[in-house]
Design a protein around this ligand. Structure first.
Ligand code: SAM
Length: 281
């Protein structure tokens, strides 16, 4: 098979290489270098500044784990906020729930444009759902300025560099908390559970300043460096780890490929080596 190797330019000192057969898109946007490749192993892959963001082959794992534990941790999520998530995969998962509106704030319209064109197996019709409100703008400014309130916020950003840096701060999480309703829940992609444990510690510490309950779950996201990825949740009331059989009712009819009620608790039960690394005072 003819092809070339691309190396994931993530923000850590360990990486992955992928055999790709075609570069479908290559664009320098006002915010980042945007590429879409085709690969035999993962199908189409979206890269931003050389870092793998999502692939057709494993996006289900990441988007299910970022969406469903948080949405099930809220008794009746009606208004959901997504920051980032330009590929539309998270939006597609959220719309499986009986929500009234999903406001998605993505800073780079080029990511949405390229995802709609090349990654329709990931975003499906999510961008055209009447419940979707797409805002092209900076999530930091949006959360700071919006008068709206949300039941669940999902932070699906690139890693903490460039425009995404502030999305991992205690100040931002405090602002998110102020925009959430009484039983509000926020979920954050908090990086590699293997190579970014300091980031996870920092996210947990920053969330703890505004949320009484903070829990981290992990799941295998095959194309990401180290595979094991972390998702950290801040909750105003209910402990997201302690959801039980009621999850099954909330997920009835969803075609999920990773997240299950039985797997929910296991995802939050971090192995000792990891818990000791990410626990903060
Ligand atoms: N799954 C990926 C990960 O874990 O790194 C994230 C995917 S999604 C493509 C990340 C999105 O966050 C990008 O489209 C990027 O443009 C967006 N983003 C970064 N900083 C942002 C900000 N301050 N406000 C809104 N969107 C932002």
């Amino acid at each position: 098979m003819r092809g070339a190797w691309i190396v994931d330019q993530g923000v850590i000192d360990v990486t992955s290489a992928f055999l790709v057969t075609r570069r479908l898109h290559d664009e320098q946007t006002p915010f980042q270098h945007l590429e879409v490749y085709d690969s035999p192993r993962f199908g189409r892959m979206l890269l931003l500044d050389g870092a793998v963001q999502t692939t057709e082959g494993d996006e289900f794992a990441y988007h299910e784990m970022l969406a469903h534990p948080a949405l099930c941790a809220h008794p009746h999520p009606r208004r959901v906020l997504i920051i980032g998530g330009g590929d539309g995969g998270l939006l597609e998962e959220v719309l499986k729930h009986p929500v009234e509106r999903v406001t998605m704030v993505e800073i780079d319209e080029a990511v949405v444009r390229a995802s709609r064109r090349y990654l329709s197996t990931i975003c499906g019709g999510a961008f055209d759902d009447p419940r979707t409100q797409l805002v092209i703008g900076d999530g930091l400014a949006y959360v700071n300025d919006t008068p709206d309130r949300f039941d669940v916020a999902l932070i699906d950003s690139t890693d903490p560099q460039g425009a995404a840096t502030g999305l991992f701060s205690a100040e931002f999480y405090a602002q998110v908390g102020a925009r959430l309703t009484a039983d509000g829940v926020v979920a954050v992609q908090s990086g590699s559970a293997v190579y970014q444990q300091e980031l996870i510690r920092s996210v947990r510490r920053n969330l703890r300043a505004s949320f009484p309950v903070v829990r981290t779950a992990v799941a295998a996201v095959m194309a990401y460096p180290g595979v094991l990825w972390s998702f950290t949740i801040g909750a105003k009331s209910r402990d997201p780890r302690d959801l039980g059989p009621e999850i099954a009712g909330r997920l009835e009819g969803f075609r999920l490929r990773l997240y299950t009620p039985a797997g929910h608790r296991a995802a939050f039960d971090l192995p000792p080596y990891l818990l000791e690394q990410v626990e903060t005072e």
